[in-house]
Design a protein. Structure first.
Length: 276
């Protein structure tokens, strides 16, 4: 055995994920587009910012927060992961460690109660982060957190608590990056196209059509895995847990997640135990 490379489910070499913040009413339109193009995404919510029931916004207002009831209905969807964005969207690095932990855990508890499932991911409020905050997130069992720092690249994160996206949806290079991603050869490590933003920006900038064009371009490809943030994290972690014999001829998978590997040019699905 000379070469062993991670592949995404079904042997795919590429993945695409979306990440949107701030529990906006306009998220509903994005989820409808995700249904249309069968793409998945993560929505980073702020429970302390849920609007009061009966809130009516001026017709011209683009920053319209969902109510708790709307959130429970809208984000309870098979294409959606719900993640943490702070209970009050505070400038986290200005807080004490106790305040950081309290805000993170309050957010987690609120979202887990609302949706009846574990909430393990996050996006940093305002993009602010620090080593101290990362240590707090680890203690609070937050397994990944997204920054706002575009890479214009397609690599998997080296540090899951500093998960830098490919780009914001308003990036002038979005379509250029999409073309590069779709046509690139992937002989080695798998590639990820990660787009983030806020849906109120589509309304403010009147560019929903632009993003639908992107979704139409990038969707429906047999060689791409369309996934949420937590699905990517869990899959890579399952890969990292693989146990390999000293001579490299046997692989044991202790997780419940099947993992695909390219081994010397051939693709193999590793469920429990594999040998050559």
């Amino acid at each position: 055995m000379n070469k062993r490379i991670l592949r995404f489910p079904m042997g795919r070499k590429k993945a695409v994920t979306l990440s949107y913040d701030d529990n906006m009413e306009a998220d509903r339109k994005l989820i409808n587009l995700m249904e249309k193009y069968q793409m998945k995404g993560t929505f980073n919510l702020i429970p302390g910012w849920f609007a009061k029931e009966g809130t009516v916004y001026p017709e011209e207002e683009t920053y319209r927060l969902v109510t708790e009831k709307m959130a429970g209905e809208m984000y309870d969807h098979p294409l959606v992961e719900v993640a943490n964005h702070g209970n009050q969207h505070k400038f986290m690095t200005t807080l004490t460690t106790a305040e950081m932990a309290d805000d993170m855990l309050t957010c987690r508890k609120s979202l887990e109660k609302l949706f009846g499932k574990m909430v393990r991911g996050m996006a940093y409020p305002y993009g602010w982060h620090s080593k101290e905050l990362q240590d707090v997130l680890t203690m609070c069992q937050v397994v990944y957190s997204r920054t706002v720092e575009s890479t214009h690249g397609f690599e998997l994160p080296g540090d899951w608590l500093l998960w830098n996206p490919t780009c914001h949806h308003d990036d002038e290079k979005l379509m250029e990056l999409a073309d590069e991603f779709l046509t690139m050869d992937v002989p080695d490590d798998p590639k990820l196209f990660y787009v983030w933003g806020h849906t109120y920006e589509f309304e403010r900038n009147n560019n929903w059509d632009m993003f639908e064009s992107f979704m139409q371009k990038i969707s429906g490809k047999e060689d791409i895995w369309y996934s949420t943030n937590i699905e990517i994290y869990d899959y890579v972690k399952a890969y990292e847990r693989l146990e390999i014999s000293a001579d490299g001829t046997r692989i044991y998978n202790p997780s419940k997640t099947p993992v695909w590997l390219e081994i010397d040019g051939d693709t193999h699905k590793i469920e429990e135990e594999w040998s050559c």
